[in-house]
Design a binder for this molecule. Structure first.
Ligand code: DGY
Length: 324
Protein backbone atom coordinates (compact mmCIF):
# COMPACT_ATOMS: atom_id res chain seq x y z
CA UNK A 1 0.00 0.00 0.00
CA UNK A 2 1.40 3.44 -0.83
CA UNK A 3 2.12 5.61 2.16
CA UNK A 4 1.06 9.28 2.30
CA UNK A 5 3.80 11.71 1.26
CA UNK A 6 4.76 14.38 3.73
CA UNK A 7 7.33 17.18 3.92
CA UNK A 8 9.81 17.01 6.81
CA UNK A 9 11.86 20.15 7.33
CA UNK A 10 14.64 18.64 9.48
CA UNK A 11 15.96 15.23 10.50
CA UNK A 12 14.41 14.08 13.81
CA UNK A 13 15.84 11.86 16.59
CA UNK A 14 16.15 8.19 15.43
CA UNK A 15 13.14 6.80 17.33
CA UNK A 16 10.86 9.43 15.81
CA UNK A 17 12.35 8.85 12.35
CA UNK A 18 11.61 5.15 12.48
CA UNK A 19 8.05 5.73 13.67
CA UNK A 20 7.61 8.22 10.84
CA UNK A 21 8.99 5.76 8.27
CA UNK A 22 6.47 3.12 9.35
CA UNK A 23 3.57 5.40 8.43
CA UNK A 24 4.57 7.89 5.75
CA UNK A 25 6.90 8.55 2.88
CA UNK A 26 8.78 11.64 4.12
CA UNK A 27 10.75 14.01 1.92
CA UNK A 28 13.50 15.61 4.00
CA UNK A 29 14.35 19.21 3.13
CA UNK A 30 17.87 20.54 2.83
CA UNK A 31 18.24 22.48 6.12
CA UNK A 32 20.55 25.03 4.48
CA UNK A 33 17.97 26.21 1.98
CA UNK A 34 14.73 26.19 3.97
CA UNK A 35 12.56 29.24 3.45
CA UNK A 36 8.90 29.92 2.76
CA UNK A 37 9.14 29.38 -1.02
CA UNK A 38 11.02 26.10 -0.58
CA UNK A 39 8.32 24.92 1.84
CA UNK A 40 5.53 25.94 -0.57
CA UNK A 41 7.33 24.14 -3.41
CA UNK A 42 7.96 21.05 -1.26
CA UNK A 43 4.35 20.86 -0.16
CA UNK A 44 2.87 20.89 -3.69
CA UNK A 45 2.72 17.10 -3.89
CA UNK A 46 2.49 16.35 -0.12
CA UNK A 47 -0.34 15.76 2.30
CA UNK A 48 1.23 17.15 5.47
CA UNK A 49 4.03 19.21 6.98
CA UNK A 50 6.21 18.22 9.95
CA UNK A 51 8.26 21.24 10.99
CA UNK A 52 10.24 22.90 13.78
CA UNK A 53 9.76 26.24 15.53
CA UNK A 54 12.43 27.70 13.24
CA UNK A 55 10.10 27.54 10.22
CA UNK A 56 7.74 30.43 9.56
CA UNK A 57 4.45 28.96 8.43
CA UNK A 58 2.65 32.17 7.59
CA UNK A 59 -0.53 33.01 5.68
CA UNK A 60 1.32 32.89 2.37
CA UNK A 61 2.63 29.35 2.96
CA UNK A 62 -0.74 28.15 4.20
CA UNK A 63 -2.76 29.75 1.38
CA UNK A 64 -0.44 28.22 -1.20
CA UNK A 65 -0.71 24.83 0.56
CA UNK A 66 -4.39 24.77 1.47
CA UNK A 67 -4.58 21.12 0.30
CA UNK A 68 -2.47 19.84 3.22
CA UNK A 69 -4.17 17.96 6.01
CA UNK A 70 -2.03 18.99 8.99
CA UNK A 71 0.87 21.13 10.20
CA UNK A 72 2.64 19.23 12.99
CA UNK A 73 5.05 21.45 14.93
CA UNK A 74 7.80 19.88 17.03
CA UNK A 75 7.43 22.38 19.90
CA UNK A 76 4.96 23.35 22.55
CA UNK A 77 5.03 26.97 21.33
CA UNK A 78 3.41 27.62 17.94
CA UNK A 79 3.98 31.34 17.37
CA UNK A 80 5.86 30.40 14.17
CA UNK A 81 2.54 29.36 12.60
CA UNK A 82 -0.35 31.59 11.57
CA UNK A 83 -2.93 29.51 13.44
CA UNK A 84 -5.82 31.85 12.53
CA UNK A 85 -5.08 31.35 8.86
CA UNK A 86 -4.75 27.57 9.32
CA UNK A 87 -8.09 27.54 11.14
CA UNK A 88 -9.73 29.55 8.35
CA UNK A 89 -8.41 26.96 5.89
CA UNK A 90 -9.52 24.15 8.25
CA UNK A 91 -5.97 22.81 8.61
CA UNK A 92 -5.28 21.38 12.08
CA UNK A 93 -2.10 22.61 13.76
CA UNK A 94 -0.54 20.39 16.42
CA UNK A 95 2.08 20.93 19.12
CA UNK A 96 3.93 18.94 21.80
CA UNK A 97 2.79 20.02 25.28
CA UNK A 98 3.76 18.37 28.56
CA UNK A 99 6.79 16.34 27.52
CA UNK A 100 9.27 19.21 27.81
CA UNK A 101 7.99 20.75 31.05
CA UNK A 102 10.54 19.36 33.52
CA UNK A 103 13.50 19.69 31.15
CA UNK A 104 12.65 23.32 30.40
CA UNK A 105 12.20 24.13 34.10
CA UNK A 106 15.61 22.55 34.80
CA UNK A 107 17.21 24.90 32.31
CA UNK A 108 15.37 27.96 33.63
CA UNK A 109 16.66 27.17 37.11
CA UNK A 110 20.13 26.47 35.71
CA UNK A 111 20.17 29.90 34.06
CA UNK A 112 19.00 31.50 37.29
CA UNK A 113 21.88 29.86 39.16
CA UNK A 114 24.43 30.69 36.47
CA UNK A 115 23.37 34.33 36.42
CA UNK A 116 23.17 34.72 40.22
CA UNK A 117 26.51 33.05 40.91
CA UNK A 118 28.37 34.40 37.84
CA UNK A 119 29.26 30.86 36.80
CA UNK A 120 29.94 31.53 33.12
CA UNK A 121 31.82 34.77 33.71
CA UNK A 122 34.10 33.21 36.32
CA UNK A 123 34.68 30.09 34.24
CA UNK A 124 35.82 32.27 31.32
CA UNK A 125 38.18 34.10 33.70
CA UNK A 126 39.75 30.85 34.87
CA UNK A 127 40.16 29.46 31.35
CA UNK A 128 41.80 32.67 30.17
CA UNK A 129 44.60 32.15 32.69
CA UNK A 130 43.76 35.22 34.78
CA UNK A 131 43.10 33.34 38.04
CA UNK A 132 46.05 33.57 40.43
CA UNK A 133 44.36 32.44 43.64
CA UNK A 134 41.31 32.63 45.90
CA UNK A 135 40.14 36.16 46.55
CA UNK A 136 37.73 37.39 49.17
CA UNK A 137 36.24 39.91 46.76
CA UNK A 138 36.30 37.71 43.66
CA UNK A 139 33.10 37.11 41.67
CA UNK A 140 30.70 38.00 44.42
CA UNK A 141 27.24 37.01 43.31
CA UNK A 142 23.70 36.95 44.65
CA UNK A 143 22.29 34.39 47.08
CA UNK A 144 19.60 32.13 45.71
CA UNK A 145 18.46 30.44 48.93
CA UNK A 146 15.91 32.48 50.93
CA UNK A 147 15.49 34.95 48.05
CA UNK A 148 12.25 35.87 46.25
CA UNK A 149 11.43 34.35 42.89
CA UNK A 150 8.78 36.08 40.78
CA UNK A 151 7.20 33.95 38.09
CA UNK A 152 5.43 35.68 35.21
CA UNK A 153 3.03 33.11 33.75
CA UNK A 154 2.17 30.10 35.85
CA UNK A 155 1.54 27.35 33.33
CA UNK A 156 3.13 23.90 33.37
CA UNK A 157 6.73 25.15 33.21
CA UNK A 158 6.15 27.92 35.76
CA UNK A 159 4.74 25.36 38.21
CA UNK A 160 7.67 23.01 37.61
CA UNK A 161 9.99 25.93 38.42
CA UNK A 162 8.15 26.42 41.74
CA UNK A 163 9.07 22.86 42.74
CA UNK A 164 12.75 23.56 42.07
CA UNK A 165 12.62 26.87 43.97
CA UNK A 166 11.21 25.11 47.02
CA UNK A 167 14.46 23.17 47.42
CA UNK A 168 16.25 26.51 47.80
CA UNK A 169 13.75 27.83 50.33
CA UNK A 170 12.78 30.62 47.96
CA UNK A 171 9.66 32.66 48.51
CA UNK A 172 7.67 32.39 45.29
CA UNK A 173 5.26 35.06 44.09
CA UNK A 174 3.57 34.92 40.73
CA UNK A 175 1.47 36.80 38.24
CA UNK A 176 -0.73 35.02 35.75
CA UNK A 177 -3.56 36.29 33.51
CA UNK A 178 -5.89 34.06 35.50
CA UNK A 179 -5.24 33.62 39.20
CA UNK A 180 -4.99 30.00 40.41
CA UNK A 181 -7.61 28.64 42.83
CA UNK A 182 -6.55 29.27 46.44
CA UNK A 183 -6.14 25.57 47.27
CA UNK A 184 -3.72 25.17 44.35
CA UNK A 185 -1.78 28.26 45.47
CA UNK A 186 -1.41 26.88 48.98
CA UNK A 187 -0.50 23.38 47.74
CA UNK A 188 2.29 24.98 45.68
CA UNK A 189 3.22 27.37 48.51
CA UNK A 190 3.02 30.45 46.29
CA UNK A 191 1.42 33.89 46.53
CA UNK A 192 -0.35 35.80 43.78
CA UNK A 193 0.65 39.45 43.31
CA UNK A 194 -0.21 42.08 40.69
CA UNK A 195 2.24 42.21 37.78
CA UNK A 196 4.13 45.33 38.97
CA UNK A 197 4.35 43.98 42.53
CA UNK A 198 6.00 40.79 41.26
CA UNK A 199 8.54 42.96 39.45
CA UNK A 200 9.15 45.18 42.48
CA UNK A 201 9.52 42.44 45.10
CA UNK A 202 11.52 39.79 43.24
CA UNK A 203 15.23 39.04 43.35
CA UNK A 204 14.74 36.83 40.30
CA UNK A 205 12.02 37.20 37.68
CA UNK A 206 11.44 34.22 35.38
CA UNK A 207 9.25 34.57 32.30
CA UNK A 208 6.90 31.71 31.37
CA UNK A 209 4.00 33.22 29.42
CA UNK A 210 3.15 32.10 25.89
CA UNK A 211 4.15 34.51 23.15
CA UNK A 212 1.35 36.27 21.28
CA UNK A 213 0.31 39.83 20.35
CA UNK A 214 -0.58 40.58 23.96
CA UNK A 215 2.73 39.43 25.43
CA UNK A 216 5.04 41.11 22.88
CA UNK A 217 7.37 43.41 24.86
CA UNK A 218 5.53 42.57 28.07
CA UNK A 219 8.79 43.61 29.72
CA UNK A 220 10.11 46.92 28.43
CA UNK A 221 11.56 50.17 29.87
CA UNK A 222 8.72 50.77 32.35
CA UNK A 223 8.87 47.22 33.68
CA UNK A 224 12.67 47.15 34.12
CA UNK A 225 12.34 50.42 36.04
CA UNK A 226 10.07 48.64 38.54
CA UNK A 227 12.63 45.91 39.24
CA UNK A 228 15.27 45.90 41.97
CA UNK A 229 18.67 47.10 40.72
CA UNK A 230 20.09 43.78 41.92
CA UNK A 231 17.42 41.59 40.28
CA UNK A 232 18.06 39.04 37.57
CA UNK A 233 15.67 38.37 34.69
CA UNK A 234 15.45 34.86 33.24
CA UNK A 235 13.79 34.19 29.88
CA UNK A 236 13.37 30.67 28.52
CA UNK A 237 9.95 31.34 26.92
CA UNK A 238 10.16 33.44 23.73
CA UNK A 239 12.55 36.31 22.93
CA UNK A 240 10.07 38.99 21.84
CA UNK A 241 8.31 38.90 25.24
CA UNK A 242 11.23 41.08 26.34
CA UNK A 243 12.08 44.33 24.58
CA UNK A 244 15.77 43.58 24.01
CA UNK A 245 16.77 47.25 23.59
CA UNK A 246 15.14 48.07 26.94
CA UNK A 247 16.88 45.10 28.54
CA UNK A 248 20.28 46.19 27.21
CA UNK A 249 19.68 49.68 28.60
CA UNK A 250 18.64 48.33 32.02
CA UNK A 251 21.70 46.07 32.18
CA UNK A 252 24.02 48.88 31.08
CA UNK A 253 22.76 51.55 33.44
CA UNK A 254 22.48 49.31 36.50
CA UNK A 255 18.69 49.18 36.35
CA UNK A 256 18.87 45.42 36.96
CA UNK A 257 21.67 43.13 38.07
CA UNK A 258 21.81 40.44 35.41
CA UNK A 259 20.02 38.28 32.89
CA UNK A 260 19.89 34.64 31.85
CA UNK A 261 18.53 34.27 28.33
CA UNK A 262 17.81 31.16 26.29
CA UNK A 263 15.67 32.98 23.71
CA UNK A 264 16.08 36.18 21.68
CA UNK A 265 13.96 38.64 19.74
CA UNK A 266 15.30 37.71 16.31
CA UNK A 267 16.86 34.29 16.64
CA UNK A 268 19.51 33.36 15.74
CA UNK A 269 20.58 37.03 15.92
CA UNK A 270 21.55 38.24 19.38
CA UNK A 271 21.62 41.93 20.27
CA UNK A 272 25.31 42.87 19.69
CA UNK A 273 25.56 44.67 23.04
CA UNK A 274 24.39 41.58 24.96
CA UNK A 275 27.33 39.70 23.47
CA UNK A 276 29.74 42.14 25.11
CA UNK A 277 28.22 42.08 28.61
CA UNK A 278 29.56 40.07 31.52
CA UNK A 279 26.34 40.20 33.53
CA UNK A 280 24.34 38.10 31.07
CA UNK A 281 24.32 34.38 30.36
CA UNK A 282 23.35 33.62 26.77
CA UNK A 283 22.25 30.19 25.53
CA UNK A 284 21.22 29.08 22.02
CA UNK A 285 17.56 28.14 22.77
CA UNK A 286 18.37 24.80 24.43
CA UNK A 287 15.54 24.73 27.00
CA UNK A 288 14.23 21.35 25.86
CA UNK A 289 17.53 20.03 24.52
CA UNK A 290 18.02 16.64 26.14
CA UNK A 291 18.10 13.38 24.20
CA UNK A 292 15.06 12.02 26.05
CA UNK A 293 12.95 15.16 25.75
CA UNK A 294 13.68 15.92 22.11
CA UNK A 295 12.88 12.27 21.32
CA UNK A 296 9.55 12.58 23.16
CA UNK A 297 8.70 15.87 21.41
CA UNK A 298 9.47 14.51 17.94
CA UNK A 299 7.62 11.24 18.61
CA UNK A 300 4.60 13.19 19.82
CA UNK A 301 4.65 15.35 16.69
CA UNK A 302 4.81 12.24 14.49
CA UNK A 303 1.84 10.70 16.35
CA UNK A 304 -0.16 13.91 15.89
CA UNK A 305 0.60 13.93 12.17
CA UNK A 306 -0.18 10.24 11.67
CA UNK A 307 -3.47 10.54 13.57
CA UNK A 308 -4.70 13.21 11.14
CA UNK A 309 -3.56 11.22 8.11
CA UNK A 310 -5.51 8.25 9.49
CA UNK A 311 -8.62 10.41 9.68
CA UNK A 312 -8.51 10.79 13.48
CA UNK A 313 -8.50 13.87 15.69
CA UNK A 314 -4.86 14.46 16.73
CA UNK A 315 -4.11 14.22 20.47
CA UNK A 316 -2.60 17.73 20.66
CA UNK A 317 -4.43 20.12 18.40
CA UNK A 318 -4.07 23.86 19.03
CA UNK A 319 -7.08 24.88 16.88
CA UNK A 320 -9.68 22.36 18.11
CA UNK A 321 -12.50 24.55 16.81
CA UNK A 322 -12.03 23.04 13.37
CA UNK A 323 -13.40 19.78 14.79
CA UNK A 324 -16.59 21.43 16.15
C1 DGY B 1 9.07 24.89 22.56
O1 DGY B 1 8.76 23.69 22.43
O2 DGY B 1 8.27 25.80 22.33
C2 DGY B 1 10.43 25.18 23.09
O3 DGY B 1 10.79 26.50 22.93
C3 DGY B 1 11.46 24.26 22.43
O4 DGY B 1 12.51 24.19 23.33
Amino acid sequence: MTKPRILLTHQLPPKAMSLLDQHVDAELMDSDTINQSAIIEGLRDKEALLCLLTETIDAEVLSASSHIKVVANVAVGFNNIDVDKATALRIPVTNTPGVLTETSADLAFGLLMASARRIVESEKYLRSGQWHGWGILQFLGTDIYDSTLGIIGLGRIGKALVRRARGFNMKVIYWNRTRLPEDEESALGITYAPFDEVLRQSDFVSVHVAYNNETRHLLSHREFEQMKSTAHIINTARGPIIDENALVEALKNGGIGGAGLDVFEEEPKVHPELLTMDNVVLLPHIGSATIATRTKMATMAVKNLVAVLEGKRPPNVVNPEIYD
